[in-house]
Design a protein around this ligand. Structure first.
Ligand code: ADP
Ligand code: MG
Length: 654
């Protein structure tokens, strides 16, 4: 940035707070939006209050105050007439607005003459049609950003174009430098969009290429090819108290095909909460067992591992397959490391066990694109691996982030299950919500109350949950058997509590989000979420999935602060939950509410943000980038720098 005139060290420092350190950073700084086009008018023709531009000579400048408002006025003449142009609270401009200077102004006729929104003393930049408006900060004004980006733009042609010429031609894409000019100095919205798409193509290509190259390093990996399904999985099917759904059968067919090959399976099993993924996952594990190998299921938390263990062990006992639980709370001496199926946390299974005999690994992942999952992806590469995600990801996002990971989807829940009826009420209606809960309990059902989210620490959260449970025991839930579940409970107590809830020794479970995933009690038919506005959409959807697991109609009551006190996005989240129970639809809504930037944020995904891609709109562009990446595996050139930049923050390097 040192070559840019007028970027003093102090300015550089302030730019750095926005992550802008190099000319390349400036060139890639995407405008948040563009000004609209404003016609240029003669001063004599000014009329109404539309946005217009005028140009003329400054005759005089004066300042005055009106209360706390500082008003700066310049008399400007253009030959047709004269007008008073006004700026508010920017007294320092007197130095620039000298009489005799030519000025171009953008704004609209107002109470004090002409309200100035932006102006240019040299050329047409800030007042241009479609002038870029950059995400600014307290320290760096939009005007300053326009100025330094403009300076950087002069150097755009000196930087290498990462796309091979032949590819550019085939895809009909503009030169990189032209795209950058179009991005920062568009002559129309359409031109700006063309520039953006070229830059989006670049980053999608770099992402896909990085993913492909990473996978190529694993091509030599070999997993045992399993024979066709046999007697054990046959017995398993018979032991299940229900028929598998067509979606489950579809996923099983895809998994069977993968397992028959020596290339390790890398498959993502997507399905909504309660859609029946675990049943499919256990099938895959049993396929390993019947072929003489072992299976391992890894969960991100102890609670989840325990839940899986309980579900799986019950089924496996009926067909004579041993299951071992491996969590740090199971004493070393009591760990059944020799069991046919191992269930545990990622960490423990990975460090504690000889995995060479494990042919199928199932990785259960509650957090999207978590660091853990990426590590597991890298480390568990020898065994056939099935990744389960309970939070559906829009397909575009899955493709973007996982590259060529195969995807199986369970979109329809088992038949006979009724979608959970969700309502959303303000705090004042909370007593009514509890009355409804009581009537369910009196009819022999069970219930959950989810405690307000307190993020500071697990200890504080635990205390808040205990207090709330105590309060409810005395008030709304008086006379009922109320248990309290939180993350600070020793695992043994937690297990015991869950067990008691399962056999209906407890009516209500007051819980923090530790029950988010894995709890499976079909008799629980109603849930109250307190302060629901403080939870994320995905999290609320997960929580809601704890009810509606039996054939009874279930209910989820979201209680929030008064509706008009909420932010727009909180309202949008809760509205979406009331509107639909479809996880894929909710994932799309989440994408819309939060924007792709946040969903793919560095922290969560391990990738740099996609700055130019609009995931929903750019689906076709993504497919093109994927196809192009396949032909560029061995390409060397400036594109490699893009790949490196894209994977710079990733914990698994390309
Ligand atoms: P997920 O892991 O996707 O959240 P689970 O596999 O835990 O879902 O299944 C949720 C509930 O649905 C369990 O009680 C399970 O026994 C039941 N279930 C699974 N598959 C079927 C099916 N095909 N028909 C009826 N019930 C099913
Ligand atoms: Mg499950």
């Amino acid at each position: 940035m040192d070559v840019l005139a007028g970027v003093r060290p102090a300015v550089k420092k302030r730019l750095a707070t926005l992550g802008l350190r190099t000319i390349g950073d400036l060139l890639r700084y995407r405008p948040r939006r563009y000004e609209s086009a404003a016609p240029e008018r003669r001063i004599a023709d000014l009329f109404g209050d539309e946005d217009v531009a005028i140009a003329g000579e400054i005759l005089s400048v004066s300042e005055r105050r009106r209360g706390r408002l500082k008003i700066l006025t310049a008399r400007v003449a253009d030959g047709s007439g004269t007008i008073s142009a006004t700026w508010f609270n920017q007294p320092w401009l007197t130095r620039q607005l000298q009489p005799g200077r030519h000025v171009r102004l953008r704004g609209r006729p107002g109470r004090y003459g002409f309200d100035v929104k932006s102006f240019d003393l040299n050329g047409v930049v800030a007042t241009a049609d479609f002038a870029p408006v950059y995400p600014a900060s307290e320290e760096v004004t939009p005007k300053k950003l326009r100025e330094v980006v403009g300076q950087a733009l002069v150097h755009a042609r000196d930087l290498p174009d990462p796309l091979p010429a032949e590819l550019k031609q085939r895809e009909g894409l503009p030169l990189r430098a032209d795209a950058l000019w179009a991005l920062h100095r568009p002559r129309s919205e359409r031109e700006a969009e063309q520039g953006r798409r070229r830059l989006a193509f670049d980053e999608l290509l770099a992402l896909q290429l990085g993913l492909l190259r990473r996978r190529r390093g694993e091509e030599d990996a070999v997993a045992p090819a399993l024979d066709a399904p046999e007697e054990l999985v046959g017995r398993y099917r018979e032991a299940l108290p229900f028929e598998l759904t067509p979606d489950q059968e579809g996923a099983i067919t895809e998994i069977d095909a993968d397992l028959g090959r020596t290339a390790p399976m890398q498959r993502l099993l997507q399905g909504d909460v309660g859609s029946g993924k675990t049943v499919v996952a256990l099938y895959a594990l049993l396929r390993a067992v019947e072929a003489g190998y072992r299976g391992a299921l890894m969960a991100p938390t102890e609670t989840l591992a325990e839940q899986h263990f309980l579900t799986i062990e019950e089924l496996c006992r009926r067909i004579g397959v041993s299951v071992g639980l491996l969590t740090s709370s199971v004493p070393k001496g009591q760990r059944d490391t020799g069991a046919s199926i191992l269930v545990g946390t990622h960490a423990l299974i990975q460090e504690g066990i000889d995995l060479s005999n494990v042919a199928v690994a199932v990785i259960d992942e509650q957090h999207r694109f978590g660091v853990e999952q990426r590590k597991a992806l890298a480390e568990g590469r020898v065994a056939h691996t099935l990744h389960m995600t309970a939070t559906p990801i829009p397909r575009t996002l899955a493709l973007t982030v996982y590259g060529d990971l195969a995807v199986s989807e369970i979109t329809h829940p088992p038949a006979g299950r009724k979608p959970v009826v969700t309502s959303w009420v303000g705090q004042e209606k909370s007593p009514e919500a509890y009355r409804r809960m009581r009537s369910h309990l009196e009819a022999g059902r069970q219930a959950f109350v989810i405690c307000p989210l307190i993020a500071e620490s697990e200890t504080i959260e635990a205390r808040a949950a205990e207090e709330e449970a105590e309060r409810l025991r005395r008030a709304e839930l008086h006379g009922l058997r109320v248990g309290c579940l939180h993350g600070k409970l020793p695992p043994r107590e937690r297990r015991e509590l869950m067990g008691r809830f399962k056999v209906r020794e407890l009516d209500v479970l007051v819980a923090t989000t530790v029950i988010e995933v894995g709890v499976d009690v079909p008799n629980a038919t109603i849930m109250i979420v307190q302060e629901a506005d403080r939870f994320g959409l995905a999290q609320l959807h997960q929580l809601r999935g704890r009810v509606g697991r039996g054939s009874e109609q279930s209910y989820c009551l979201l209680v929030s602060r008064a509706k008009d006190e909420l932010t727009d996005s909180a309202r949008a989240r809760l509205d979406a939950l009331v509107r639909t129970t479809d996880g894929f639809e909710l994932a799309e809504a989440d994408l819309e509410i939060r924007g792709e930037g946040q969903l793919l944020g560095t922290r969560q995904s391990g990738f740099s943000d996609l700055a130019f891609t609009k995931l929903r709109a750019d689906r076709a562009l993504l497919e093109r980038a994927r196809a192009a990446a396949a032909g560029l595996l061995d390409h060397e050139g400036p594109l490699d720098d893009e790949v490196e930049r894209m994977f710079h923050d990733a914990d698994v390097a390309a």
